[in-house]
Design a protein around this ligand. Structure first.
Ligand code: GDP
Ligand code: ZN
Length: 304
């Protein structure tokens, strides 16, 4: 399993240890993204800690970005064989931001990956939970409550991660590192550090890294989950990234309904009738607007 890449060198997890490897043969001449983090590869061991990658096992999934606009968009794979996306929020400090949570969930949906939500720091605000649970369970996302401080929900989280490859997403400060350390002491994440750089707008790396869990499975540590615009989601496809909207799609008066201001929109009616929390429609509107701006200006638009 490929854990990380630095230039033309890959770190590969094999039999519970890590070795470095380079590409061999025709793999070397294929395009740059031929081997990505999460790929299960065939190896020729040259020494106990080095080898050559000679083949790739077919991927069961791939998390990929697509540069929007610019005519033919090229897919940029971030990680292969991802099983699920975990979005971590905190009940308080920082306050949960539905817009940001929805943003991560959209990326999961656009990549056809199942997602679930963890509300950490549950002991800080017992009232924050139910509203979040309603919001996301209505969309079909499992919601788990955890507290590193009060030691709650950690076994469930451990079980949810065990044996799977999980992309970890969440705002800085919600407790991602703390949760992973509670599950496996010593586990190191880079997410926090990188999202700091994101905030100052200096850093644009998309490099992901896989962190092996002792109990089996991997956590995908990746920056750059925040910029929905960078994932190449077409505005017209956005509504289907909201699972609770899906049963209403196709029932609007207009075939090309954007579910914004059109009359007789089935999605809007669904929200009005309480079929799902109306605030999810607010997220939809914001994201729609964001995806609709030309790509050249998207770098300047970092809406909440
Ligand atoms: P990350 O940026 O998402 O990786 O967040 P960290 O793991 O660095 O945690 C940010 C802060 O929240 C640290 O000061 C942690 O000690 C604190 N923290 C993490 N989990 C909990 C929790 O369950 N309850 C409380 N009260 N604080 C927590
Ligand atoms: Zn509509």
């Amino acid at each position: 399993m490929v854990l990380a890449r630095a230039g033309s060198t890959y770190r590969v997890h094999v039999d519970g240890r890590e070795i470095t490897a380079t590409l061999r043969g025709k793999l070397k001449h294929k395009d740059d993204d031929r081997v990505v983090v999460g790929d299960v590869v065939e190896l020729d061991l040259e020494s106990p800690d080095s080898g050559a990658i000679t083949g790739i096992t077919p991927r069961k999934s791939v998390l990929e970005r697509r540069a929007a606009g610019q005519g033919a968009s090229r897919a940029q794979p971030i990680a292969a064989n991802v099983d699920q996306v975990l979005v971590v929020v905190s009940a308080r400090d920082p306050e949960p931001t539905p817009r940001m949570i929805d943003r991560f969930l959209i990326i999961a949906e656009a990549n056809h990956l199942p997602a679930f939500v963890v509300v950490n720091k549950a002991e800080l605000d017992r009232d924050a939970g139910p509203a979040l649970a309603t919001r996301y369970q209505a969309a079909g996302y499992p919601v788990l409550f955890t507290s590193v401080k009060a030691v709650e929900g950690l076994e469930e989280l451990e079980r949810a991660l065990r044996g799977r490859e999980t992309v970890l997403a969440g705002q800085s400060g919600v407790g991602k590192s703390s949760l992973l350390n509670a599950i496996e002491p010593g586990l190191k994440l880079r997410i926090g550090a990188i999202s700091e750089k994101w905030r100052t707008g200096k850093h644009t790396t998309t490099a992901a890294e896989l962190i092996p869990l002792k109990a089996g499975g991997y956590v995908v540590d990746t920056p750059g989950m925040r910029e929905v615009g960078a994932w190449g989601i077409e505005p017209a496809d956005l509504a289907s990234c909201f699972p609770e909207f899906r049963s209403f799609l196709g029932q609007c008066r207009f075939d090309n309904c954007r579910h914004l201001t059109e009359p007789s929109c089935a999605v809007r009616r669904g929200a009005e009738e309480g079929a799902f929390p109306a605030d999810r429609l607010v997220s939809y509107e914001r994201l729609y607007e964001e995806l609709n701006v030309p790509s050249w200006s998207s770098g300047r638009r970092r809406g909440s």
